[in-house]
Every structure is written in C-alpha cells, then in structure tokens.
Design a protein around this ligand. Structure first.
Ligand code: ATP
Length: 352
C-alpha cells in the first residue's frame, strides 16, 4: 500500500523582491519518510525549510499538511518542530529541564515528564546520569542528542533539521548520521533534513531532493540518484566522476576530443550530443592480456592510497581520468603506459 502523503508542496515559489530563491517546487513527502533536501550553498534550502516550518510564507503556491493548506499557519501553531544547527538549548538549565520543556508547556505532570525524559535519553544513547547535568557540561555530540530528545518530546508530526551535524568532527558526524536514521526508524516520525552534503544524505535518507538555483532538479531514492543522475551537476555533486563529451550514433558514442568510440549504455538520444559519465570506482587498470568493453590507453601520472582503495590519475589525450581500485591496487609506476577499461553497464549517458 502506498504511504500517505503528509506534506505536499504545489507550485511553491519564494521571491525576495524580484529574486527567485525558490522556484516552482512540487513535492510530496510521505508519512514516516526520511526526506533530505540537498544542494550547494545558495540553492534555496534554508528558504524552503523556513516556509515548511512556518517561519516564512511562500510568495505563490500551496503547502499542505495532511491535506490542509498551512501557508498562513504560524510556526508555533504547527505540529512540527525544528532542530537547528545552532541548537537553541537553554544553556543555564539541566539536560532534564531542557527535554521536559515541551512537555511542561503542554501541562504534563512532573513524574510523567521525568520518566519520558529518561526514556528519550536512553533512546539517544545517553544514560540516566545525564538528566541532572548542565548543558554547559555536555560535549557537542551530547548537546546534539539532547536537542533531538527535546524535539522528540514535543511529539511533533514532522521534525525538520537544518544542517544539525555540520559543526561536528567527522567521526562524530558519521556516528550521529546512523543514530539519527535509527531513531527515525524506531519512532516512525517523518524527518525532513537539509544539508549540502550528498554523502550525508545518502546514508540517512529514504529519498533525496536535489536543489539547484531554487529548483528541485531531481527527487529519488539514494540508489536512483546514484545510478541515474538526471544531469552532470547531480553526478558531479556526488563526488569525482569522469566525464566525456560525446556524439550519440546508434549505440555507439564518438568522442571527438578523445578520438575514441565507446559503447553506449543508452542509445535513446540518437543523433544528439551528450555527456558520458563513468565513476572512478567503475574504471580499472587492465593488465596487458586483459580486455574490457571500453578501453583507453594513457600514461599513469599519479597514484594515491585512500586507505581501502587506491586512486590512479591517468593522462589520456590531454585529459586526466580517475581510476579507483580496491585494496593496494595493481603494480604500476608513475610514467608507465597503462590501459584503462570499464564495462558499458557502468557508464551513464546524460543529455547535458
Ligand atoms: P546555504 O547552504 O549557504 O545556507 P541555502 O541553500 O540554504 O544556502 P538560501 O539561504 O535559501 O540558500 O538562499 C537562497 C538564495 O536566496 C540566496 O541567493 C540568498 O542570497 C537569497 N536570500 C535568502 N534569504 C534572503 C532574504 N531574506 N532576502 C534576500 N535574499 C535572500
């Protein structure tokens, strides 16, 4: 059965004078979904989330929650809650007081509030002993968990997150990404998250919406976005990729700059020009007796260890290709003539 739509955007725009910060967004977010909006700086993510939480009104269009238009409902009258980058906790209060705050507003009794606060602490991997600690005694990661516990204490229908992990160090961020996904699954709440990191979005999200210059240019599961990016912008946003400008003829692609012909994974754009994308991890260095569906010859200019993988830079007709292989890779030295190969299945053909 299809999940119910909890939040719907219909032709939503936001103008600042005549500048279009958010441009005709149409989107359905499903109940219980972890949905992430990803985009580079200035793409309109914050403007979008401000409208979704009720801090701003759209210039045009409709935002509905469970079928009811909420454009004019202020933030404090919406059954939703925002977890900010700057955590907005009360620093002079204890962890327990912070978490209990939303329940206090609702008039819940002290015994219930305390039991629920401790339950939330445990859900967030903080022991009961944190209950009486001051916020100032908590580390960045602990504060992040307390902020999430407080947001959950509101029992909102949707939790919004504005880059909550961006100030934390890499390891802590990785841990909290997984924990956040776990909490979302356990609570069954709808999470709407914004970030400029597609890598972060890939780990946590059921679906991702990619924004560029105020527009939502692609919406899909992490797999759909990884395997079928709509254009070179999305493909590159995901990390380093090899791009070839090609002319499409039948199922063959001719690259006039590389003087090469490749097999096409998708001949649908016959007689047009396009971009062929091959990820570094889908390319390999071939030994002399080895062959692949697509091959190019070049010179190895650099090789780096990336821990679990080795990356090679290969110069082919004046263009640097990136090749990544698992482990220590193959035995080659800088300056060697090498053959790069990839399978046609791993190449993605895009129109722009
Ligand atoms: P970042 O990742 O840097 O926070 P963002 O994707 O969240 O960026 P927004 O903050 O939504 O982007 O801004 C989108 C565009 O709208 C930017 O060009 C910004 O300058 C502009 N903008 C945002 N708020 C206003 C405002 N109040 N008045 C005028 N222009 C604004």
């Amino acid at each position: 059965m299809d999940q119910e739509t909890i939040l719907k955007l219909k032709d939503v725009d936001k103008f600042f004078n005549d500048f279009v910060a958010v441009d005709r967004i149409n989107l359905d977010v499903k109940d219980g979904e972890f949905f992430t909006i990803v985009g580079p700086s200035g793409s309109g993510k914050t403007t979008m989330i401000r409208m979704l939480v009720g801090m701003d009104k759209p210039t045009n269009g409709e935002i509905s929650l469970r079928g009811k238009v909420i454009n004019d409902v202020p933030a404090n009258k919406r059954p939703t809650c925002m977890v900010f980058q700057s955590l907005a906790l009360f620093p002079h209060k204890t962890v327990g007081e912070n978490i209990e705050f939303p329940m206090k507003i609702k008039g819940e009794l002290k015994n219930y509030r305390k039991a629920r606060a401790i339950e939330l602490l445990e859900q967030l991997h903080l022991s009961e002993s944190y209950y009486d600690k001051m916020i100032t005694e908590c580390s960045g990661g602990e504060r992040q968990r307390v902020a999430l516990a407080r947001a959950l204490a509101f029992d909102p229908e949707i939790l919004f997150f504005d880059e909550p992990l961006s100030a934390l160090d890499y390891r802590l961020r990785k841990t909290l990404e997984k924990e956040l996904k776990d909490i979302q699954r356990k609570t069954g709440k709808t999470f709407i998250y914004i970030t400029h990191s597609l890598e972060e979005a890939m780990v946590m999200s059921d679906r991702i919406g990619i924004m560029r210059r105020g527009r939502l240019i692609q919406v899909g599961t992490p797999e759909e976005i990884y395997n079928s990016p709509v254009n070179g912008f999305v493909a590159q946003f995901m990390g380093e990729v090899n791009q070839f400008e090609v002319d499409v003829r039948g199922d063959e692609l001719a690259d006039s700059k590389m003087l090469a012909t490749y097999r096409s994974p998708n001949p649908a754009y016959d007689n047009s020009s396009g971009i062929l994308i091959v990820r570094p991890e889908d390319m390999r260095l071939l030994s002399p007796e080895d062959t692949a569906e697509n091959e190019l010859e070049g010179t190895l200019v650099n090789q780096y260890s990336l821990g679990s993988r080795t990356q090679y830079q290969v110069m082919v007709n004046g263009k640097t290709l990136l090749v990544e292989m698992l482990g220590a890779g193959v035995d080659v030295s800088e300056g060697d003539e090498v053959k790069v190969g990839w399978s046609t299945d791993s190449a993605i053909l895009l129109k722009e």
